[in-house]
Design a protein around this ligand. Structure first.
Ligand SMILES: Nc1nc2c(ncn2[C@@H]2O[C@H](COP(=O)(O)OP(=O)(O)OP(=O)(O)O)[C@@H](O)[C@H]2O)c(=O)[nH]1
Ligand SMILES: [Mg+2]
Length: 421
């Protein structure tokens, strides 16, 4: 079952801005004409209902969007990198696991057409046309583009059903699904007949709901025993559970406790999900002779179970009626916890002013914009160095440099650029 995948994504880098001057015949020295770099492409997840599994992400795991192209002469902006759209099925939960110690859910994408920028392309660098000013008619500065964003994401597809039927293997879960919906799941007298969750639509009165038959859970399921482990997590996205118990088993109350214990061990939130407790196989003489005992045992847990025969259809209508009424009470599915910024998550750092740090006898200015400017300009050229320094002074502010305790002879550093105070 292709319902969980890990992918590595990388947005495009921004193209470098260009520092150049117009070359015209008979005009020895034209004005600046270096254009900006193009923006790098974003990586976007898009919900598409034609997708029904995450299968393709098992075969291809690395995705990168195009880089932006460098700026051109004649003030032309470089071509932007193409964005990359990755289609996902509705009901996919996106978790950022770039830092495995700190995984966080960034979105729960349910709705057709929902899009999410998961890695923002770098902005293109600035060409020298933009550095023209009244005091500098021949700017030789240009900045490189922003870098790309790289992330590791986990995509997880969850079964979306209103009701999940849970219970030990052989309890009659598939039989119940078959008798109450149009689904035709495999039914057999041995455990683990159902290998994958099966969905059926139950039409009742004027409404309808989707019911899922979850493969049998056994003791130790939360540790990966049996088949249950893989499917425990599907239960999360159901609104309501039917907890089905084989009334003819040795100890029905014990079966009930085993399953709940596994739910709790897998995720304690699962136990908060409402359960309708149902004892099945009431048609069997072994069950009938113990009804009183079963009622008493469950009553001591504060539970008043329904009794049905999924085989004969007895009591099923009453159960469906109860499910239907409960579902209308549970207005909406509990939302998963989503990062503060909601669906459109753009994890860009907040823009902040330059930071000045002292390192031995130099002051280091930390400022991505200035660093890109240094990286994009020819710092071997004296005129470029002079212009760069003026930009740094303007952006950081002489007052702030002085406040940082600069002394004559100190070196001020921005990226690879050094200036003696
Ligand atoms: N007598 C009787 N037998 C039933 C009833 N419900 C189910 N069975 C039988 O119990 C066996 C298991 O039924 P399934 O519906 O396959 O059980 P399940 O819970 O889906 O089992 P797994 O998929 O293996 O977890 C089959 O032989 C069914 O015919 C019932 O109400 N009465
Ligand atoms: Mg089954």
């Amino acid at each position: 079952m292709f319902d969980r995948a890990k992918i590595i994504i990388k947005s495009g880098k921004g193209g470098a801005g260009l520092a150049s001057f117009r070359h015209e015949k008979f005009v020895p020295f034209g004005g600046p004409d270096g254009g900006d770099g193009g923006d790098g492409g974003d990586i976007i997840l898009l919900v598409d209902r034609n997708e029904d599994t995450l299968k393709k992400y098992y075969f291809k795991k690395e995705y990168s969007a195009e880089n932006g192209m460098p700026g051109q002469h004649r003030k032309k902006t470089g071509k932007s990198g193409k964005k990359l759209i990755l289609k996902i099925p509705p009901g996919t939960i996106i978790t950022d696991i770039t830092d495995p110690e700190n995984p966080h859910i960034i979105a729960d994408m349910d709705t057709e057409g929902d899009a999410l920028v998961v890695a923002k392309g770098g902005k293109g660098g600035i060409g020298n046309v933009h550095f023209t000013s009244s005091t500098n008619q021949a700017p030789k500065l240009a900045s490189v583009g922003e870098g790309s964003e790289e992330k590791v994401l986990q995509l997880e597809l969850k079964l979306i059903a209103d009701v999940g039927i849970i219970g030990l293997p052989n309890a009659g879960k598939s039989s119940l699904l078959a008798v109450s919906s149009g689904a035709k799941p495999r039914i057999a007298s041995y455990p683990f007949t159902t290998l994958e969750p099966e969905l059926g639509t139950v039409v009742y009165a004027k409404s309808s709901f989707v019911m899922a038959d979850i493969p049998g859970l056994i003791e130790g399921a939360a540790d990966g025993k049996g088949l249950g482990h893989e499917f425990l997590r599907h239960i999360i996205r159901t609104k309501l559970l039917i907890h089905l118990i084989d009334g003819s088993s040795l100890e029905p109350i014990n079966d009930f406790k085993i399953v709940n214990r596994e739910l709790n061990r897998y995720d304690p939130n699962l136990l908060h999900k409402q359960q309708i407790v149902v004892v099945n196989k009431i048609d069997k003489p072994e069950t009938q002779s113990r009804i009183g005992e079963i009622i008493r045992e469950f009553a001591s847990e504060g539970i008043n179970p329904l009794f049905i025969s999924a085989l004969a259809g007895e009591g099923v209508e009453g159960l469906i009626d109860k499910v239907d009424r409960q579902l209308t009470k549970i207005a909406a599915i509990q939302p998963v916890e989503i990062g503060e910024q909601g669906k459109i998550f753009r994890p860009k750092p907040l823009k902040q002013g330059p930071l000045i740090k002292r390192e031995d006898d130099s002051l280091v200015v930390v400022d991505p914009d200035l660093e890109r400017l240094v990286a994009g300009s020819d710092i071997g050229d004296t005129e470029v160095r002079r212009q760069l320094w003026r930009m740094i002074e303007k952006r950081v502010g002489v007052k702030n440099i002085e406040k940082a305790g600069v002394k004559p002879g100190d070196v001020i550093r921005v990226g690879d650029f050094e200036w003696r105070w």
